[in-house]
Design a binder for this molecule. Structure first.
Ligand SMILES: Nc1ncnc2c1ncn2[C@@H]1O[C@H](COP(=O)(O)OP(=O)(O)OP(=O)(O)O)[C@@H](O)[C@H]1O
Length: 740
């Protein structure tokens, strides 16, 4: 082990996440390149480092730092260099020079002990002197804090955030109850807090740990779509995860309830537990929706007359259910229209729109995803937006849906007579709550969707719960119209939904099953279909053909499929830049998907000469795009999403993207593709079920190609088992109905 000391001349590279830093150190006139994991360092600081010299293949001789300490520089040159380095805000090189000129080697002592004397220097007021003193101290405190946190394996970025959040109180929190970090700070979860706690010597049976574990399990439940968890299940799972007895967990449920962190209720005589905020959110959502359920007295005869005229003009002949939908839209504050593919939902919405227009009512159209909104626009010939856009998203923390903010809310509701939402099955409880807040009583709400689709990715089962509550007018469209029946995709979708078997062969014009029983063969057929056959068949580009699979893992899971498909569809090439990322390699020309909502990220649409035509913020979970550019120098990657929206990601943000040659069926909700390919061989029973198959099949417009084992498809149709979602919006609505 050797020891060197000197002035940090230049920081060449610093990775915020793991602290890995490359910097040059001036040691007695010699510049030494040092590398190591360093929590915080500024150019101009005086460093004492221990470590060893190594020989790097490319960069040559380097000093590998194993430990270091920042020393107070002693000679005038070093003092001046440090003070002027920018480490102390408000002090630049010239002021640093004046300070050192006056106080010489005593400069640091003066700043620390007699800061008022700094005011003797021209250009330094008393206020400024105080600021310099404070800055100097803060810097030292912060460095100390970071070194302290580094002992617990906490990264530089996180350390800074922790220090900013708690200041000096941080030491106590880390040593007594690091689980508070998981409660208070976004981005710190139970697992990290638990690791810190372990290092701090906190016992596995600590009350803090168990309480935090319970909240963590509830959050995990939310991630799986649940609003509550049955108490017995929660206790069992939490005890298992923490390795403690169930009694200990049970005991702390009460204390969490007293602290209003959780709400315990009975549903059908079973105790269930909600995270307090989700409980309130669901309750509030029920109340808001209930308020909108106003009856508008309309003369059905009059509506009928108007409708006759519309039918004549448009050359349509609505059936009884469709007519009923228009009457209901006229007479109810809240209306739900549900039906499978080809049952005339779009035709009905169009008739409703025409009627409302005739009545001179203003309306807004929206859907939960960009793709669904675009389809709604095309089907109605009117502007349809994403719900986020209609509500005028104004920001909010990336991962904290509860605090997502919209310009449109109770204080500034949408100024319109009617709001129509399509693809309602995808709307989760957060979005529903935000939507309802922005709709004032007196505005009608029409919700359209297919209740048999998979529920929303986010928590809740909003559409199903509203229907089940029986508190609102629901029109169920069941008849499949003649034209729709010509499509085997639609026919088969309905058969699947009813649990009836379908024809699995290659005779159909739009629904094929190519029987293959070997993974390699399946992959080969898929590549052939995407690259050569299907684009011509459905008149689309290879990237418009979507591979859907129920699972992430396994030989035919999303992850493996993406690697294989990337290799064949966008192979490495000298003129395509690429970079490593969490899924292997990401390359110019790759098809990618955004995998979480990012409400803040900016996009722009460029016109001629790269002039921006449109700008905005927000890219959402499930949005698909193509990598257009990778810039290693700027460490950025540009993705172009639908409608030419270009988004620049820093390399550190690449975990927001995934390759999207293949995606899970869950992620495909609300999207439609000209052709869908499904490799189905075998997989977990929970994922290979009817609901999943139905959702996948209904994503295809012109062609479904199943490649794999027909028996697997048959088992999926038979398998009705869906994962239960614990939600209670239906109960809350019913309670309110009986109260009023
Ligand atoms: N009353 C009607 N009489 C005759 N044909 C109809 C009627 N209503 C709808 N159709 C036809 O049935 C087909 C399906 O209708 P529509 O597109 O409205 O259904 P959808 O439920 O929106 O379907 P998808 O969910 O697949 O988009 C269309 O070809 C449409 O023209």
């Amino acid at each position: 082990m050797e020891s060197i000391q000197g002035l940090v001349e230049h920081i060449v590279y610093h990775n915020d996440t793991n602290g890995y830093t490359v910097f040059s150190l001036m040691c007695q006139g010699e510049e030494i390149v040092c590398v190591g994991n360093v929590t915080s360092l500024d150019e101009g600081e005086y460093l004492k480092a221990e470590g060893e010299y190594t020989e790097h293949q490319v960069y040559g001789r380097q000093f590998k730092v194993t430990s270091m300490s920042v020393e107070v520089p002693e000679d005038e040159y070093s003092i001046e260099r440090y003070l002027g380095s920018g480490a102390i805000r408000g002090v630049g090189p010239s002021l640093a020079a004046r300070i050192v000129k006056k106080f010489k080697k005593d400069s640091f002592r003066i700043i620390e002990e007699e800061p008022e004397r700094l005011a003797e220097i021209k250009g330094i007021s008393e206020r400024k002197a105080r600021e310099i003193y404070q800055q100097f101290h803060e810097k030292q405190d912060m460095r100390q804090a970071m070194m302290f946190l580094a002992k617990y394996g906490i990264t530089t970025t996180l350390s800074l955030r922790i220090y900013k959040q708690y200041g000096e109180e941080m030491y106590r929190i880390i040593q007594e109850n690091p689980y508070r970090l998981a409660d208070d700070m976004n981005g710190i979860g139970f697992k990290l807090a638990d690791e810190i706690a372990k290092k701090a010597g906190i016992g596995s049976h600590s009350d803090f740990r168990i309480r935090s574990g319970i909240i963590y399990m509830l959050q995990q439940g939310t991630l799986s779509g649940h609003i509550y968890i049955p108490a017995a299940l929660l206790v069992e799972k939490t005890a298992q995860m923490l390795g403690v007895e169930e009694e200990a967990v049970d005991h702390l449920l009460q204390s969490l309830q007293m602290d209003r962190k959780i709400v315990v209720k009975k549903i059908d005589d079973v105790s269930v537990v909600y995270g307090a905020s989700l409980y309130r959110l669901e309750l509030e959502t029920a109340g808001l929706l209930k308020n909108l359920g106003v009856d508008y007295s309309v003369d059905e005869k009059e509506v009928g007359k108007v409708l006759d005229r519309i039918e004549k003009r448009e050359g349509i002949d609505l059936d009884d259910h469709q007519r009923e939908a228009v009457y209901s839209a006229a007479g109810n504050g809240v209306l739900v229209i549900t039906g499978g593919p080809g049952t005339g939902k779009t035709t009905t919405i169009n008739a409703i729109i025409k009627y409302l227009e005739y009545e001179g009512l203003e309306m807004r159209l929206a859907a939960p995803t960009g793709r669904a909104a675009k389809r709604m626009s095309e089907a109605t010939g009117r502007e349809a937006q994403t719900i986020h856009r209609m509500l005028e998203l104004s920001g909010g923390p990336d991962d904290d849906r509860l605090r997502t903010q919209f310009e449109r809310n109770q204080d500034n509701p949408l100024e319109t007579d009617v709001v129509i939402i399509d693809e309602m099955s995808m709307v989760d409880i957060y979005l529903m709550n935000a939507l309802l807040k922005a709709i004032a009583v007196g505005t009608r709400l029409i919700l359209v969707g297919d209740v048999n689709q998979l529920p929303s990715v986010g928590p809740g089962n909003v559409l199903k719960d509203i229907i089940d509550s029986e508190c609102f007018q629901v029109v169920r469209l069941t008849k499949i119209f003649r034209q729709a029946l010509e499509s085997d995709i639609i026919k088969n979708a309905h058969l699947i939904n009813e649990g009836r078997q379908i024809e699995l062969g290659n005779k159909s014009q739009d629904f094929f099953c190519l029987k293959r029983y070997d993974v390699q063969q399946i992959l080969g057929v898929m590549v052939l279909l995407i690259r050569d056959k299907l684009p011509k068949f459905v008149n689309a580009k290879p990237y418009d053909i979507q591979v859907l699979t129920p699972m992430r893992k396994g030989e035919l899971g999303v992850e493996r499929l993406n690697t294989v498909l990337q290799h064949y569809l966008n192979p490495p090439s000298p003129d395509k830049k690429e970079r490593e990322f969490h899924q292997g390699v990401i390359r110019e020309g790759d098809k990618v998907m955004q995998i979480r909502n990012n409400y803040q990220i900016e996009w722009e649409v460029l016109g001629h000469y790269n002039l921006p035509l449109d700008k905005g913020v927000g890219v959402f979970n499930g949005d698909m795009g193509v990598v257009r550019e990778i810039n290693h120098f700027a460490e950025q990657l540009v993705v172009e999403f639908d409608e030419g929206r270009r988004v620049t990601y820093g390399f550190a943000q690449l975990d927001e993207l995934e390759l999207a040659y293949a995606i899970t069926i869950h992620k495909s909700q609300g999207s439609e593709y000209p052709a869908v390919i499904m490799p189905l061989l075998s997989g977990p029973r929970m994922l290979f079920n009817r609901n999943i198959l139905y959702t996948a099949v209904t994503r295809a417009k012109q062609c479904v190609a199943i490649v794999g084992d027909e028996h697997t498809v048959r088992h999926m149709i038979e398998n009705e088992k869906q994962q239960k979602r614990y939600t209670s919006l239906n109960l809350r609505l019913r309670e309110m109905n009986t109260l009023s």
